[in-house]
Structure formats: C-alpha cells, structure tokens
Design a protein around this ligand. Structure first.
Ligand code: PLP
Length: 415
C-alpha cells in the first residue's frame, strides 16, 4: 500500500466511531436487526410533528426556501439563529452571552474536532499539549480526532457502589494528572456512554481547576440543558469566560441536519468560524431554520421539558426493569442512569471481552457498543475496559425487551 501521511494514519483509517456509524447506518434499515448500538435519538411523534409543521411552513414560502437552500450562511452560522440562541441562554440561565458568543458547526462532532486540535497538539514553543478527560469512560466519538497522535489523556474514575446492581462513577480529583501538558479539559454531561450526570460540585471543581491554569473547560452538552434536556437529576448548567459549552440539535431529533452549537467567549467563536470557513465554507443552515421559531418562542424548552425528557425517562424506567428481569441470576451492574439514553452494563464475570461479546451479539441480531471504545486517552491495561457494554434504550419497548433477552442469553452462554 502507498505510504501515507500521519493525517491518513490518524483519521483516514478504520476507527471505532467509523465502525459504529457503519453498523448504525446499515442495521437501522434492516428489519431483523435490533439496534441498541448507536446514538440515534428516538422518533417521538409530537417532536416530529413539530418539525413537519415547520418544514411545511418553510416549503410554502418560496423566497425563504430559496434563501435557505440557495445561499451560504456566514462561517459563524445563521445570524438570526445565533441571536435567538444567545437570547434564550441569557433569559433562561442569565448567561452573559450575545450572538458573538455562539457559532454553528456541522454537528457538535466537528466542533470537537476543531477544539481538540486547537487546544491539543504541538504549540509554537514546541511543547505538546493534550486534552484531559477527567472521568473515563468517555464518548467514543472523541477517540480518533487527533491530528497528532497521543492527543488525549484520561483519568480513571472512583467507583461508588450504590447497591448490589447500581454504581456511579465520580471524578477522582486526588489522582487527576493536571500538569502543564494539559491544554484543555473536556467532559460530556450527561455522559455518553454511562448516563452519568456530573454533580454541580464536580463541574465547579473542574471549572476552578481549569480557570487556575488558564485553560478551557469544554462541556459536551449534547443531551443536556436546556435542550434536549435529557437529564433526570438536579444539575445546574454552567458557563464562564473559560468554559466552552457545546450543544447540538441532534438529540432533539434532528441528527441529519448536522447542527452543532458552540457557546464560548468571542475569541473561541472566531477560531471556530475560521475553521468552518476552511473546512466547510459555512455550516448548514437547515437545522437552524427548522429550529429558529422554536428557539425564539421558547417552545423548544417546553418540548424538551414536557415531551422529550418524560419520553426518555419512561424508556429508561422500562429498560432498567427489563434488564433486571432478563439478567436475573447473573452478576451484572449498571451505572445509575441519570441522563442521556444509554445503559452502561458492567459484567465483572464475563469470560470474553466485550468486543467478542459484541461480535456474538451481532450474529444473534442485536447491535450494542463494546466498552473498549469508550476509553479515549487511556492506554493502560484495566480489566474494567473489557467488561462493559453500552446499550441504547431509545428504541421501541418490544425491541428493547427482545434485545435484552438475547443479550442475557448470550451472557449466560459465555459466563
Ligand atoms: N457528544 C456526544 C456526547 C454525543 O453522544 C454525540 C453524538 O452521539 C456528539 C457529541 C456528536 O453529535 P452531533 O455531531 O450529532 O451533534
């Protein structure tokens, strides 16, 4: 094979996220596969009706539709939407933000790509800096984003056993390796894959540590407040001059529009806009156009609080009950499901790795995501990395039930 660049080695090869999206994109269209793998949001009828109504309005207005589909937005994103988002955040949370504090990206995934490579990598003085994930496991999609290798480092969690079957990860501040080699800290809250919601104290502590060192704290708010608001505990959203909050319209139900929203100080926003211009010219305005009136009117908050959150809470309660029923007699634990729409299943007695279990489950027609992929920046050996599975419970009840039964049967066969 031709020799290729380091960029090709890091980004153009098969990756965990690539395999996951491939499985997701194919199996979601196969009736016989039970898709408990990807991060696809549920199809919630009331939410979809809202989008349909908005699309019909847009389609019936020729000149607006012409502008939406026929014109490039500025690299920072659609100006009306930037204003609407900053107004909403100012009113809702009293954050001191205006349109100069917001940029759109092609999904929040591409915002992280830009941010990780802005704050991690080789600096002008030659020093290499890394992005610290203070609470592994973390989102699979972060894994392969480095333009340079060794971009990430991660901290093992403290594990609190809340009862026989429920545990919770907490940031182990005592062992946090926060030295000069760290260019930024990043956490997802709610956390993908575990459904953990970092406590207000943990987030404040991380924010203080970042501020003291003059580095940013990135908060990945893909499932968080105020939208889509899939948070089942009390959690105060935070923002500050050194905090970068990344939001998305995906989990609201618009993943195909690829709309990420970065809220940060104007210097960061300018950098994101420059990256947008180079890589995409401009971010797509389709998601922004669909969501604009929902954001302006504040209906997006009602939709999140009254429809989306209760929907996922009901799915979560069903999934937990179903798991306890199907796993009876097995040694299993789950992370306390406090947000997002995943169960993080820990199987301490598993005699094979979860990568192997994933392959076997695929043969049985169930797609899950093996735990191994959720430890970006953690190369050290740790059995726990091979003992966990992420299960998406956003699918209809019959699929979840059938999927869990097959998972339990396979685990019984290999424990
Ligand atoms: N962050 C987290 C925690 C996610 O789970 C996802 C998608 O699943 C993303 C970011 C990226 O989402 P998108 O690029 O669709 O906004």
């Amino acid at each position: 094979m031709t020799t290729l660049s380091n960029f090709a080695k890091n980004l153009a090869m098969e990756s965990g996220i690539g395999r996951l999206m491939d499985d997701l994109g194919h199996s979601i269209r196969q009736a016989d596969q039970i898709m408990l793998g990807g991060g696809n949001p549920a199809a919630i009828p009331a939410v979809q009706a809202c989008f349909q109504e908005r699309l019909q309005e847009l389609a019936s207005d020729g000149s607006r539709l012409g502008r939406l589909l026929g014109d490039y937005d500025p690299p920072q994103g659609n100006v009306e939407f930037l204003t609407a988002i900053s107004d909403l955040l100012r009113k809702q949370f009293k954050w001191p933000v205006g349109p100069e504090n917001v940029a759109l990206t092609q999904g929040s995934q591409s915002a992280f790509f830009a941010l990780f490579n802005i704050y991690g990598g080789t600096y002008s003085g030659g020093q290499k800096k890394r992005i610290l994930f203070p609470l592994a496991p973390e989102y699979i999609g972060y894994c392969d984003m480095g333009l340079e290798s060794g971009l990430f480092t991660a901290n093992r969690p403290q594990i609190d056993h809340l009862d026989e079957h429920i545990f919770k990860y907490r940031v182990d501040f005592e062992h946090l390796q926060l030295d000069d080699s760290i260019g930024a800290i990043c956490v997802s809250r709610p956390t993908n894959p575990t459904g953990n919601v970092l406590t207000d104290q943990e987030v404040s502590h991380l924010s203080r540590l970042a501020a003291e060192r003059g580095i940013p704290l990135m908060l990945d708010n893909a499932y968080g407040m105020p939208f889509p608001g899939v948070v089942f505990t009390e959690a105060r959203p935070i923002y500050d001059d050194h905090v970068i909050v990344c939001m998305s319209l995906s989990k609201l139900g618009l993943p195909a529009t690829r709309t990420g929203i970065v809220v940060a100080n104007p210097q960061v926003i300018r950098m994101i806009s420059h990256v947008n211009a180079v890589i995409n010219l401009a971010p797509s305005g389709v998601g922004a156009a669909i969501a604009l009136d929902l954001v302006r009117s504040g209906r997006i908050l009602d939709l999140s609080r009254d429809v989306i959150r209760p929907y996922y809470l009901e799915r979560q309660q069903f999934a937990v009950d179903c798991l306890h029923r199907t796993m009876k007699g097995l040694n299993y634990r789950i992370h306390k499901p406090e947000g997002a729409f995943f169960l993080w299943l820990w199987l301490p007695d598993l005699s094979i790795t979860t990568l192997e279990l994933y392959q076997r489950l695929k043969q049985r027609g169930v797609i899950v995501v093996p735990g191994e992929y959720f430890f970006p920046g953690m190369d050290e050996p740790w059995d726990h990395k091979h003992q966990c599975l992420r299960i998406n419970y956003a699918q209809p009840a019959d699929k979840v039930e059938k999927g869990f039964q097959r998972i339990a049967d396979e685990i019984k066969a290999c424990c």
